[in-house]
Design a protein. Structure first.
Length: 70
């Protein structure tokens, strides 16, 4: 699962860089804004993935050691 998300994230960053490069050549602000938004979404996707990974690890450890919490 991590490899799939990393590949998708790299593709989003590459697309964002392509949009920004095209916006520089055509001097269009809308393409620059789109590139920035795609880059931000790629970063947010990685943050959410790592937060969920930490949460799932914590919940798994709690379920394995449930007798210590009672």
């Amino acid at each position: 699962m991590l490899v799939t998300i990393l590949i998708l994230d790299v593709a989003l960053v590459a697309w964002a860089l392509h949009l920004m490069q095209e916006s520089f050549h055509h001097r269009e602000f809308s393409l620059m804004l789109a590139g920035i938004l795609v880059g931000i979404s790629a970063g947010a996707m990685m943050v959410v993935y790592f937060l969920m990974g930490t949460c799932m690890t914590h919940l798994t450890q709690m379920s394995q050691h449930s007798y210590t919490y009672f």
